[in-house]
Design a protein around this ligand. Structure first.
Ligand code: UD1
Ligand code: MG
Length: 459
């Protein structure tokens, strides 16, 4: 059985964040979320996360199937793993993956290749390493002249000579369970930072006559971690580029990737065009032949085929085939725009269903409403859904025509094919096929200005 311990207890002082470092986002998902995805994809069936600094925030984020162990105070990565002694003891017959929660680019393939290497060589410990250009802050992998592993030297403890070693410890290791317990019981804090370093396990196990190996990755990107905001930005750039490239190879058209940030769980069909400054997140699924963007933000939504979204914000909603929305449209949670709907500039839809082929071309708010098919909303329609305390729904029948500048005071129903005259404030339901006019009659007073005098007289 494969199982994993993920280290997430550190404050991450260098990040200067209010949240624990592992909760800092890469492509809008906490770093630890990416790590958990990789670990699960690699087949780990039992996972324990070490929490510490602001542990409630990490715990609140984790799914119920993930165990936690609290590290208080945080005395280093070795000390962090010691808090999982119970978990490790339960898995002492197993191979245990240990990895840092701040390395979101680690992937399941690398983890599994390292596992195969670990098993083939009957290792007690297999660490993942990579050749890197920037050696600042890394754990340097020290080998003898024959290339045999000796130990890991943390940058802060390294001599000038050791600092030149550019083989970096990824912070991702396979351990034999029983050997890990042995190593943990021998780690001390005899170093510059007075911390218990997990990395000391390597030398401890070598000295105990155990097999140790390093699986050196070809693509050094996967081992990168983020300790500060600059590194966080680099990780965002790398992940963003990798996702965009994969989408393009799958037939998604991204003529210019500027500002295009697409989360890794998003699915997009071929021949869909993504234009600049478009952010697509969560479990969003987009069909084919759509044009999305520019300047569009979509979170957790389902978008059909042939949809155009120009300067839109779409949240937790469904947009069916051939919808044309924008520019400057906001669709808030729990809305459905059915097939062929047109929503134009400065229209907001919230918690509403808009039926097939209905149109709202400009300056309208449709909230808490059930709208039929082929309805036309005139410019400036407002569903007045909130009385200051409670929200109420409006129901609008098929083929209704809502004149410009109509207020619909919810709850109210408009029957099929009914007309509402422009400028009406509708407080009572309207039967099908009726016309409703709810405005004051126009009055004309001839010659009135001769008495009042014009507003501005020409000199
Ligand atoms: C660590 C490694 C280093 C490696 C690097 C890769 C050690 C001693 N050093 O250094 O060899 O090159 O990762 O990114 O392991 N954490 C706890 N409790 C603590 C301290 C840290 O849970 O007391 C967690 C942090 O939340 C983080 C992870 O452990 O997720 C790594 O800690 P960090 O301080 O970032 O270690 P590095 O200095 O990056
Ligand atoms: Mg780190």
């Amino acid at each position: 059985m494969k199982c994993a311990v993920i280290l997430a207890g550190g404050k991450g002082t260098r990040m200067k964040a209010d949240c624990p470092k592992v909760m800092c986002n890469v492509l809008f998902k906490p770093m630890i979320g990416h790590v958990i995805d990789a670990v699960k994809e690699a087949g780990a069936q039992d996972i324990c996360v070490i929490t510490g600094y602001k542990h409630e925030e990490v715990e609140a984020y984790l799914d119920a199937d993930i165990k936690t162990a609290l590290q208080e105070p945080q005395l280093g990565t070795g000390h962090a793993v010691m808090q999982a002694t119970q978990f490790i003891t339960a898995h002492k017959e197993d191979e245990i993956l240990i990895l840092n929660g701040d390395g979101p680019l680690m992937d399941a393939q690398t983890i599994n290749k390292a596992y195969a290497y670990h098993k083939e060589n009957n290792n007690s410990i297999t660490l993942i390493s990579a050749m890197v250009d920037d050696t600042d802050g890394i754990g340097h992998i020290k080998r003898d002249e024959n290339g045999t592993l000796l130990r890991i030297v943390e940058h802060k403890d390294a001599t000038e000579e050791e600092k030149k070693i550019n083989e970096s410890n990824a912070g991702c290791y396979w351990f034999n369970g029983a050997d890990l317990l042995y190593a943990l019981s021998n780690i001390t804090n005899n170093n510059v930072q007075n911390e218990y370093y997990l990395t000391d396990s390597l030398e401890i196990l070598i000295n105990a006559g155990k097999n140790a190996g390093a699986y050196v990755v070809e693509n050094s990107e996967v081992v990168l971690g983020a300790n500060d905001r600059k590194q966080l930005n680099e990780l965002n750039n790398i992940m963003r580029r990798n996702i965009n490239t994969k989408l393009m190879l799958d037939g998604v058209d991204i003529p210019c990737t500027d500002g295009v940030m697409i989360g890794k769980d998003v699915k997009i069909g071929n021949s869909t065009v993504i234009l600049p400054n478009t952010i697509i997140l969560g479990d969003t699924v987009i069909g084919s032949g759509c044009t999305i963007g520019p300047n569009t933000y979509i979170d957790n939504s389902e978008i059909g085929n042939g949809v155009t979204l120009d300067n839109c914000k779409i949240l937790d909603s469904t947009v069916e085939d051939d919808v044309d929305a924008g520019p400057f449209v906001k669709v808030r949670a729990d809305s459905t725009l059915k097939k062929g709907v047109h929503i134009g500039n400065f229209v907001e839809v919230k918690n509403s269903v808009i039926g097939e082929g209905s149109k709202s071309a400009h300056l309208t708010y449709i909230g808490d409403s059930d709208v039929g098919s082929d309805v036309n909303f005139g410019c400036g329609t407002v569903t007045c859904n909130y009385d200051g305390k409670n929200k109420f729904r409006c129901k609008i029948g098929n083929g209704a025509f809502i004149g410009c500048n109509t207020n619909l005071i919810a709850p109210v129903e408009v029957g099929d094919k009914a007309y509402i005259a422009a400028g009406s404030t509708i407080t009572d339901s309207i039967p099908s096929n009726a016309l409703s006019i709810a405005r004051a009659r126009q009055v004309i007073k001839e010659g009135w200005v001769d008495i009042k005098k014009p507003y501005k007289e020409k000199k």
